[in-house]
Design a protein around this ligand. Structure first.
Ligand code: EPZ
Length: 417
């Protein structure tokens, strides 16, 4: 099992290039199943979850090859409709192949994703919405057996709760349904807009009709398409927090700053100096860190995927802060590890009270989920001495070349077996 050693404390200085978005790449890779023409994708991040999704579509019969940085996907002979548990158990987003398989073949057998460290990850909203398009499904031995005997038929669907994955699954499925679908109470994360941009470029007819509703006119086929995936806004946010927490001075490159305006505004309130220049964000961390109360929310609210990271920063604030995790039911797994580094965080349900004025102490640590593991690294960067972070396979799921990018801006970090 690999681990990361971090020797703190030091200030990060320099430039970090942001990779393509994991959470835009996953639905777009699933959506390529709709097409029987070649699809060319650029700017996919080199992370484990993307590898897993590529393995999943290959297990369904996709022909996939990398030509330099470009991924070429040929689904012309893709025929299989069973997405197996062993590929889904490590990555919940595998459920996103259900919509395209039903749209293309009218039947699919997809493993239920199962739970993970941050929650049970149900897919009831996906399934109920798909049944509105004419899908019949049964759950048998942990698999969804779904069929659309008369093909998918457009319909009006209102999501009972905002769900990124369910919105994506339905957008993909409705793209090839007969007739028109109206989806309302949709998630509006930038990654969903990227998925829609990709599908429209491939010949689909999808448009936003209100802030949270979408009109999809079904088409009969998806054309050959060349598409560049958007930047990873959570990776960008993570490095912005890294600059703030180490009193560093970083330029974050290859981003669209307006997409992370909420995060930028909050970091400014906390005391970081931030300036924007075209596609770059320049941030200087401040010695004095102001406390602030944070509530995670669907976009454009504060992202749950940055909750662990901002918690580390607030441990160093001048007063206590309250963090409310309103998206997932168990996303405080990093708290116990941060407390072992000297933090003083108490949790009660989905609320965490974060005492300020903490100096983290180096320690041997255990990563539990993707974003929790990166929060341990942020804390270790500020702790005097050597910290060791175990189970870093969690990190490798979603951060491309993390230690290389951090080393380049002065972090003393290395991977050991
Ligand atoms: C996506 O997960 C992201 N993953 C998550 O990022 C992100 O944290 C989450 O959206 C929220 O923004 C990808 O895009 C691959 P949801 P998703 O459906 O789609 C409940 C990361 O670190 N729910 O918006 O699974 C669910 O349990 C990952 O990159 C149902 O109850 O999130 C959760 O409490 C972690 N029934 C809430 O809704 C359903 O059918 C929001 O989930 C679906 C979801």
């Amino acid at each position: 099992m690999q681990k990361l050693e971090v020797l703190g404390a030091n200030k990060l200085k320099g430039q970090i290039k942001i990779s393509g978005s994991k959470n835009a790449s996953l639905p777009i890779l699933a959506a390529t199943l709709l097409s029987s023409k070649k699809i060319y994708l650029n700017n996919l991040p080199k992370v484990k979850d993307i590898e897993t999704m590529i393995n999943l579509i290959q297990s369904l019969g996709s022909k996939v090859k990398f030509d330099n940085e470009k991924l070429i996907i040929d689904n012309s002979k893709q025929q299989k409709k069973i997405a197996s548990y062993n590929l889904m158990k490590t990555m919940r987003a595998g459920i996103l192949v259900l919509g395209p398989l039903l749209a293309k073949f009218g039947s699919a057998k997809v493993s239920l994703p199962g739970g993970c460290a941050i929650g049970t990850r149900p897919v009831d909203i996906h399934l109920k919405a798909l049944s509105k398009l004419g899908v019949k499904y049964k759950i048998i031995e942990g698999y969804v057996h779904a069929t659309a005997p008369k093909g998918l038929k457009g319909s009006k669907i209102r999501f009972p709760k905002i769900s990124v994955g369910a919105t994506e699954n339905l957008i993909i499925a409705a793209s090839l349904a007969k007739g028109t679908t109206i989806l309302s109470n949709c998630a509006i994360e930038p990654e969903i807009k990227d998925l829609i941009n990709f599908l429209n470029k491939a010949g689909c007819k999808i448009k936003w009709i209100t802030k949270r509703s979408i009109k999809i006119q079904g088409v009969s086929k998806i054309n050959e398409t060349n598409y560049k995936i958007m930047f990873d806004r959570i990776e960008a946010g993570t490095y912005l927090v890294a600059a703030a927490v180490t009193e560093g001075n970083l330029t974050i490159k290859n981003v669209v700053p307006s997409i992370i305006q909420t995060e930028i505004d909050i970091l400014k309130k906390i005391g970081a100096k931030i300036s924007i220049k075209k596609g770059d964000i320049h941030i200087i961390g401040n010695k004095k860190i102001n406390n602030i109360n944070i509530k995670t929310a669907p976009y454009p609210g504060f992202p749950t995927d940055l909750q662990a990271q901002i918690m580390v920063l607030l441990c160093k604030a001048n007063k206590k802060s309250l963090i409310k995790e309103d998206i997932f039911e168990n996303r405080f797994m990093h708290v116990a590890e941060l407390n072992r580094m000297g933090a003083n965080i108490s949790t009660n349900g989905n609320k965490a009270i974060v005492e300020g004025n903490i100096n983290f102490a180096a320690a041997e640590l255990m990563a539990t989920d993707l974003r929790a593991s990166v929060s341990l690294i942020l804390a270790a960067l500020t702790a005097k001495g050597k910290s060791v972070i175990n189970r870093i396979y969690h990190l490798d799921r979603g951060y491309e070349s993390l230690e290389k990018k951090l080393k380049k801006v002065g972090a003393k970090i290395r991977r050991v077996n």
